[in-house]
Design a protein around this ligand. Sequence first.
Ligand code: 26Q
Length: 763
Amino acid sequence: MDINQRMQEIAQAKYGQELSQCGDEQIYRVLLQLTQELSQARPAPKKERKLYYFSAEFLIGKLLSNNLLALGIFEEVSQILAKYGRSLSAIEDAEPEPSLGNGGLGRLAACFLDSIAALGLSGDGVGLNYHYGLFEQKLENNKQNERPNPWIEDESWLIPTGIEFEVAFGFGPVKAKLLDIAVPGAHTDIANRLHLFDVEKPAPAPKGGIDFDKTDLPAQLTSFLYPDDSDDAGRLLRVYQQYFMVSAGAQLVLKELEERGFDPHTISDHVAIQINDTHPSMVIPELVRLLTQRGLTMDEAVEQVKRTCAYTNHTILAEALEKWPMSFIEKAAPQLVPIIRELDKRAKAEHSDPKVAIIQGEGAGEIVHMAHLDIHYGYSVNGVAALHTEILKNSELKPFADIYPGKFNNKTNGVTLRRWLEVCNPKLAALLDECVGKEWRTDPSRLNRLMDYYNDTSVLDRMTAIKAENKRALADTLRREAGIEMDPESVFDIQVKRLHEYKRQQMNALYVIRKYLDIKAGKIPERPVTVIFGAKAAPAYVMAKHIIHLILCLRQLIENDPQVRPWLRVVMVENYNVSWAEKLIPACDISEQISLASKEASGTGNMKFMANGAVTLGTRDGANVEIADLVGPDNIYTFGASSNWIIELYDQKARDPKMGYQSGIYYQRPDVKPLVDFLLDPVLTQYGDAADLKALWADLTGKDWFMSLLDVESYISTRDRAIHDYGDKPFWARKMLVNTARCGFFSSDRTIEEYNKDIWHLK
Ligand code: 26Q
């Protein structure tokens, strides 16, 4: 097809003018239509077994550039636009970012869809079409406020399919409308689909904040991802949402199975369902129910489901392991209750250990362990990094691993280097083409050949120059879009991820306090550092909001202090999302991956930063361990207590709840106390809410459940060492080079090949 001609035709038909006269937003819509036409012309792969990836989140980000790349017309379109003096990045500003995810788990699902399609495998996503997304973050008066994020426009990536299913809730039936987003595969000619279910008449966006009537079902089912669950109405709504997703999803699976000409008795030969964390776990009893309706006996249905479903675990945090009161399921999906009871009865008949029961408690106190359902009735259980899988097998899920050793397996996460290197860092990608050949784009292991340039000063200088350009570009964007001034010559030290105590943004803030106090005392740092944060806190997570407050108060304190500002600056990007990540990651010098060891299942930001030549400052947690193995100790900065030691400390604490090791650190370590006490200092509290900062102080000195104080000293000294090393440019450039050279393992294409070989067996 003549792309230029087709673009002109679309512009004429839509706007009655030539492309050259169209504004950026109009050109965006022309390209949207072109991309949709080309994607929809692609066939779905025809295969014996098809995967359905069920997930509450798909954090897909903007799609234009990615889809142009997958369709193989990125260069051509860029050149056509250049002829009219336009740039794709300016046009992409007109694209709203879909807001269908929260963090790592959702972004992983998006990377996986990209890789599944690129490998030509048959695999679709199944999720919900949240109209107002997670929420839009506003930073006001040094605090986070939330607003709805209505991202769906009249012309969008969503394709109406006309397909509808009925979902039977306790209060009555609700129609689930199916919308699709095309997922064209790079380097292939096929396209898969992301299936998003929606209600018929969605509720309008709430005015002001994100509060809405949580009992107004069915209009509100697809309003928000993770509605506030601090009360029963909110928690119940989550169960309704989950059942809506899995019931419609299971019906779609069966409809497609039948259309492909297969008998439901043989579903496991033709379908694999990957359950992304426990949010879609009700698909298990729902599928049993639907199969028995189609004539399978209970035994047959259970056997088929057991061979169809596989479960991925993404966390060991107790509060994230879903347990729902049976009464909630009774209300939302009463027809599932007898099935869950039957599944529980069968599991209990075989395994008497109460720790592995699906239903625990009795009477009104009955609860359903969603992960237990998945492990008994799925054929595979995987963790998302080597260390995480070991912890699952040896502690968190040990009783299950003892029963089903063959089910447990590891699949270390990966990221799509198409979005996270080719598109977001074109200059580095071009240098890699020159050094290792364009083949790295289909075979990321080729990046290892970059090691041949370890002593090549011209390549090292070019890597340094590209990083400097990316830093200037980020500084320009932040000035333009947020009025933030930063020094592009300073070290860019970045921590971007969900706000959670275990990720320890608060420990990063304690480092900022250390430097602030040093500078005020006349001890000037070796070189200027810009500490950049991006994070959303769950609306009901009080301590996470206090941590945001601390960061923003520190920012303002430093901005107002001409003595400190030249050496130390704090930046917090508002409404951190995929688009911000694409700008921040290529501009990063030091990547903060400082979770309490054992708590971060994998991390995937760590992989994106590494690919773009940032050096990790991290604990020996999640995939950091594998990064360290690949780059070697000279090319990563590790610190802090080991996961084994942390697990031991938690065990001790469980045996002796009075054990006070954390508060002990505050009282015993003279270097630590003043950092924490600064939270009470009027110098800081003048910029905010003294009570909130006091609450954070009380938590750190009393409970500090995620042990920031245990690691803070080694963190500070290791970070200082990294910032010192940065001053030796050739020395640092080699670290950048090694990190990029070794990132091929973390391509999600590799991860998906492993899922397919070990779990899905798609042919
Ligand atoms: C819990 C209870 C009730 C309702 C919802 C939830 C809930 C919601 C979101 C629990 C967990 C999440 C999100 C988890 C997540 O993003 N996990 C991250 O997954 C990444 C991909 O595997 C890993 O790299 C990260 O380490 C992990 O934190």
